[in-house]
Structures are given as structure tokens and as C-alpha cells.
Ligand binder design. Structure first.
Ligand SMILES: *Cc1c(COP(=O)(O)O)cnc(C)c1O
Length: 304
């Protein structure tokens, strides 16, 4: 019987299987404690984008969580290539995951006793905000109740599964008909949202938070593109007031690149439309996805 990989594939326990067949155990701390470090790299038109950067960040996250998965960057790269090739997906959301695992001594509460393990999975490309909405400008809710988990409680620089704050924020946003949410910290500064970084443009300078956020690879790409286009960039504190007073606001994510924002709560930007600077960066991002300098082509021939 031939397996159906149209919905995606997973590399788990040494084999590649359809994504619907991949599972981890119910006693895995990855599940019981959200104890996971992960990363997500986009595949666009048959190639990975900035793959070495994503793998390097993944291994930093794994190390900062004190996990050991015994995978070199080359070994991870090979597994991801084989998995995506087998799936046949040309545009994909590709996750690499390190889970704490299950204690080798049953019932142990000592994290050092856990058998850490690596797996990966891919599904068709995901836009965190649908392209149609992104191009009209996304509508953002800022929660006045739910704050981002403090950075000295859960390290946001290591991409992780502690999404309790984001999920509550998303409920608030969706209940009010906003597309997504941005969370502030306990001092009134902007942090990030569920899977994206935040930028404000004011008088030709692009500002994005430095502390308390994941340093997105797309965030880095945005800063590089902006400098290339002659804009000033600044990584530092960004207060919620400054966000409201910005000329333009936009988001960045591997799931959809640059996403212009038309509204934050009751504040409208660019006459309730996507701003021109954000739209230009969005177009440049999608062009960069096709730039051979950043691409790691997938050889689908091995499997198909
Ligand atoms: C993944 C993620 C981002 C965006 O990072 P990219 O590397 O650009 O995809 C931002 N914030 C959080 C919390 C994330 O999980």
C-alpha cells in the first residue's frame, strides 16, 4: 500500500511516516510539561530558506534548555531534506523538535533522567495571517489583561511550546473580531505575538523590541532588507504608546514573511490599509525567498 504524504510527513524514531501517523508518548515531558525546544523553517518553491540560520538557532535553543539530541547541523539538514523530499511538498512549514522525553527511571522528577529525543515534521506552508488579510492590513488586538510570560520565567530566546499566554490572547482577539494579538510585558513594552515579531516605523526609523522576544530569522531578514532600502533600524524598547503613535506597524514571521497592520485596537494606520513601507518589505521578502544565495534546493528525485 502506498502511503499518503499529501498532508505532510514526519521523521520520527528513525523513519519517515505520513504526518498523521507520527506520535509521541503520553508520559513524554514534551507533552506533560510543554518541555520542548523547536524551530520552524520555510520551504518555498522547492528549497529551504536560510536553512543554516534556522538550524543554528534550533541548536542554541536545545542547548539553553539543557537538552542533548546528538544531532550535528549536517545530520539535521539531511533528515529535513529526506523528509520534505518524501512528502513531495514544494511549499512547506517544516518543524524540527527536541523533546525532553520520558524519564528512564520510571517516576523520576529529575529532568536529568529524561531521554531527550529529536523528531521533525512538515505540512503545507502556513501563513500566520492569510495573504488576503495581510495585504489589506491585519487587525491586531493588544490585551490589557494577559501579559507575555516574563523572560526570566520562560526564556523567549529559545523557541518553545509555552503558549498559554498567546492562546488566551488569541481567544480575546478572535472574540472581538481581530485577526491576532500582540502581548505587552509587565512594564508596558511591546513583546511579540503568537509566532511573529513586531515592528513600528516612525519618521523613517524601524524599531523592534530587543529583549523579551524570540530573535526571529524573519526579523533579521527584515532588518537587513530595511537597511538595504535606506531605512534606519533600532533594536530596543518599544512601548505600547509608541506603537500606537507609529506611522506604520507590521509583523514578521517565517509563516508569511512581512505582514502589514491596518489597525491596533481602535487605532487605524494608513487610512485603515496596509502601509507602503510594510508592503514594499513584504514584496522584497517574497523575492528573497527565490534568491539562490539563501536557498537550499531539495532533490525530490530520490523519492519520487
Ligand atoms: C517563531 C516565532 C517568531 C518568529 O520567528 P521567525 O524565525 O521569524 O519565524 C516570533 N515569536 C515567537 C514567539 C515565535 O515562536
Amino acid at each position: 500500500m502506498t502511503e499518503d504524504y499529501s498532508k505532510g510527513a514526519a521523521w520520527i524514531k528513525g523513519e519517515i511516516v505520513p504526518v498523521s501517523k507520527a506520535a509521541i508518548g503520553v508520559t513524554d515531558w514534551g507533552l506533560t510539561h510543554s518541555d520542548i525546544a523547536y524551530d520552524v523553517v520555510p520551504v518555498w518553491q522547492g528549497a529551504f530558506f536560510r536553512l543554516p540560520d534556522y538550524i543554528a538557532r534550533f541548536l542554541e535553543s536545545v542547548e539553553s534548555c539543557r537538552m542533548s539530541i546528538e544531532q550535528s547541523p549536517d545530520q539535521i539538514q539531511l533528515k529535513l531534506h529526506d523528509m520534505v523530499a518524501k512528502s513531495g511538498l514544494r511549499d512547506a512549514y517544516v518543524a524540527m523538535v527536541a523533546s525532553r522525553g520520558t524519564p528512564i527511571i520510571p517516576g523520576s522528577r529529575d529532568p536529568r533522567d529524561c531521554a531527550n529525543h529529536f523528531y521533525a515534521w512538515c505540512v503545507p506552508y502556513i501563513h500566520v495571517i492569510k495573504p488576503k488579510i495581510a495585504e489589506a492590513g491585519a487587525r491586531i488586538w493588544i490585551s490589557s489583561k494577559i501579559r507575555r510570560i516574563p523572560h526570566d520565567s520562560v526564556n523567549p530566546r529559545a523557541k518553545n511550546y509555552h503558549w498559554g499566554d498567546f492562546t488566551q490572547g488569541l481567544f480575546e482577539a478572535r472574540d472581538r473580531n481581530f485577526d491576532t494579538v500582540i502581548l505587552e510585558d509587565h512594564h508596558g513594552n511591546v513583546t511579540e505575538g503568537p509566532g511573529f515579531n513586531v515592528f513600528a516605523l516612525k519618521n523613517g526609523t524601524i524599531v523592534t523590541p530587543l529583549e523579551g522576544v524570540l530573535h526571529g530569522v524573519t526579523r533579521r531578514t527584515v532588518l537587513e532588507m530595511a537597511r538595504e532600502q535606506g531605512l534606519e533600524t533600532l533594536e530596543g524598547k518599544l512601548s505600547v504608546e509608541e506603537l500606537f503613535e507609529a506611522d506604520e506597524v507590521f509583523l514578521s514571521s517565517s509563516g508569511g514573511g512581512v505582514i502589514p497592520v491596518s489597525r491596533i485596537c481602535d487605532r487605524h494606520f494608513s487610512n485603515d490599509a496596509a502601509g507602503p513601507v510594510a508592503m514594499k518589505l513584504r514584496k522584497t521578502y517574497f523575492k528573497l525567498l527565490e534568491d539562490p544565495c539563501y536557498r537550499n534546493e531539495i532533490d525530490y528525485g530520490t523519492f519520487n
